[in-house]
Design a binder for this molecule. Structure first.
Ligand code: ADP
Ligand code: MG
Length: 567
């Protein structure tokens, strides 16, 4: 393996050569304390930056094995190292010429601790993946700047961040222990009969709509109502107390601006772990919880929405319902049926983003518009059947209609950002003030019908390229010639997840579609491959910018592909 000194002299020699000559530096280099691997060299200074890796042997890095013995700890430590490396890279990354020249960058990071491809580690070595903008002026190589960047700055970053002795051991411990405790609580939820847990002291509000860090001033810490308080005996922190949200049907009520949506949002993202001091590090949710909302305008491909929608005008089928432009209510029905198709166990609904006519149909409206004239069976008339027949719980923010008191198991009122349990009062009111509604949902929930996708309807090609994917933040991905709009899929929290989802769709098509396999069967297979081999299995070469995603969000992307057809 050539040495770093040899790489430096190559770079000096390339000074002023045409940019293409950078291709020569692809390969592995011995930097004494670590190995540098250049996997891919960009074609010009404006192209996607070059892909680099470093590998540091554990014999030098010296991370105590107890920091990565359990899967929870390993993910937490990898996340920690990614953040350290990213921070150091940001301080040393600088503009060194044209385009992306001088850039040193990693995966985009938020408040969640995710399983990413940026950093790996085991008892032999640590591997970190990042990108570098190889310096140029115009299309001429800036060799000396490149030598400085690669042979001085990168070793400096590695030195600061990938050796145990140069890091803060307390902070590392705090991160691995926090994540391990949160995972422990999550693993205990089913046997405790809970769908979510919100620890006392948790800080739920965020700084702003575009800043996901905890609100700094005047945030009121969460405090469970005594009747819902539960306690977990966690492996590291010991006892953690807070509010347990039981399985079944739970309403969150309360006046406007009293913190209902903030609580629900924290629970939505509680399917992921969060950094220590995020405020939500012990807000923990069943991993099968899916946010449901209305999403008018989305396309729907052959979904059986008949539990909710029947007898549409013009006799359109609702057992295999397709449309390029769904209404609020049909989109919400499809979102629920698609979530159930891939085995959601908890539905999270906020009235702010739900279709009113999907949620309720009150006594007076039942009098005015006969059932035969209303295709929609409102959610209120299916919510119980969904739990009794399929074990699917619902957590619903509903400040605007008391009709749900009849079907709720638990009612939580938010008052000045504090939760109170008001189930008894709500039940009493329901008894004293009948709604006079006719229930319209029947005995059974109805059929959940898994669909078989047509592989050819999923086409990632564009122009000469057989696969062209381009991710724009967490909201949108260009998939071949089509843009998939994921702005209403609120549990995608990181751009790396969406990149992985788009890549996994191509992988799913190539490897697992066909043979009459249904969407849940295909997704099971993709996830089993990733579980066994890691995310690298879905890409051709090592990529540092992917993050693990859930089955629900992979399905969501497929379902929003407008070209999707099912058999
Ligand atoms: P609702 O859904 O009940 O109308 P929101 O959850 O949207 O209310 O909260 C209203 C505002 O209060 C938001 O700006 C939110 O950030 C803030 N907020 C929510 N919870 C807290 C809290 N515990 N402490 C301080 N501010 C909060
Ligand atoms: Mg709200």
């Amino acid at each position: 393996m050539p040495s770093s000194a040899q790489l430096r002299s190559t770079l000096n020699r390339l000074d002023n050569a045409s940019y293409k000559a950078y291709k020569d530096i692809k390969g592995s280099y011995d930097f004494e304390d670590f190995t540098l691997i250049i996997d891919h060299v960009q074609g010009d200074p404006f192209a996607a930056p070059s892909k680099f890796r470093v590998k540091v042997p554990q014999s030098l890095a010296n991370f105590p094995p107890k920091l990565f013995t359990s899967p929870s700890r390993e993910i937490a430590l990898r996340d920690f190292l990614t953040r350290q490396f990213d921070e150091a890279a940001k301080t040393l990354s600088s503009r060194r010429g044209t385009g992306k020249s001088g850039l040193i960058a990693m995966a985009k990071l938020g408040q969640e601790v995710l399983d990413r491809t940026a950093t790996f580690l085991n008892d032999k070595e640590i591997e970190v993946r990042f990108v570098v903008g190889l310096p140029a002026r115009g299309r001429r190589i800036l060799g000396r700047q490149a030598a400085e960047l690669i042979c001085e700055d990168i070793p400096e970053i590695v030195d600061r961040t990938l050796f145990y002795d140069s890091l803060n051991p307390k902070k590392i411990r705090q991160q691995v222990e926090t994540v391990e405790d949160a995972d422990y609580i999550r693993s205990q939820l089913p046997e405790r009969g809970l769908v979510a847990f919100v620890a006392n002291g948790a800080i739920l509000p965020r700084r702003s709509g575009v800043d996901d860090r905890p609100l700094k001033d005047n945030a009121i810490p969460f405090q469970s109502p005594p009747s819902l308080e539960v306690e977990f005996d966690c492996p590291n922190q010991g006892k953690i107390t807070g509010m347990g949200i039981p399985q079944g049907i739970t309403l969150i009520v309360g006046g406007g601006y009293h913190g209902k949506s903030t609580l629900l949002r924290a629970i939505e993202v509680g399917v992921y772990n969060h950094l220590p001091n995020d405020g939500r590090e012990f807000v923990v949710t069943d991993p099968h919880a899916v946010k449901i909302r209305a999403e008018d305008g989305r396309s729907i491909a052959g979904v059986n929405i008949s539990p909710f929608i029947n007898q549409l005008p013009q006799n359109r089928s609702t057992q295999q319902f397709s449309t390029p432009n769904a209404s609020g209510s049909t989109s919400q029905a499809a979102n629920i049926m698609e979530a159930l198709e891939v085995e959601a166990k908890v539905l999270l609904v906020d009235e702010d983003t739900a279709a009113t006519n999907f949620m309720i149909r009150d006594h007076r409206m039942q009098q005015l518009i006969q059932k035969e004239k209303e295709p929609i069976t409102p959610f209120i008339d299916k919510i119980r059947q969904l739990y009794d027949g399929h074990g699917v719980s619902t957590l619903l923010v509903m400040g605007g209609s008391g009709d749900y008191f009849d079907v709720a198991d638990t009612v939580i009122a938010m008052d000045n950002f504090c939760p109170y349990e008001v189930t008894q009062q709500a039940k009493k009111i329901a008894e004293e003030h009948a709604t006079y509604r006719e229930t319209e949902g029947g005995e059974e929930f109805g059929e959940i019908t898994p669909r078989i996708p047509v592989a050819d309807s999923i086409d990632p090609s564009r122009g000469k390229r057989s696969v062209k994917l381009q991710v724009r933040d967490v909201d949108e991905v260009a998939f071949g010639t089509e843009d998939i709009d994921l702005s209403s899929v609120e549990q995608i929290v990181n751009v790396g997840q969406l990149r992985a989802i788009a890549t996994a769709l191509v992988y799913a098509k190539d490897r697992h579609m066909g043979k009459q396999r249904t969407i849940p069967e295909i997704i099971d297979r993709v996830l089993a491959d990733i579980e066994k081999n890691g995310l690298d299995i879905i890409t051709d070469y090592p990529q540092g910018d992917l993050a693990v995603f859930r089955r629900f969000e992979l399905a969501a992307a497929l379902n929003r592909l407008r070209s999707l057809e099912v058999e």
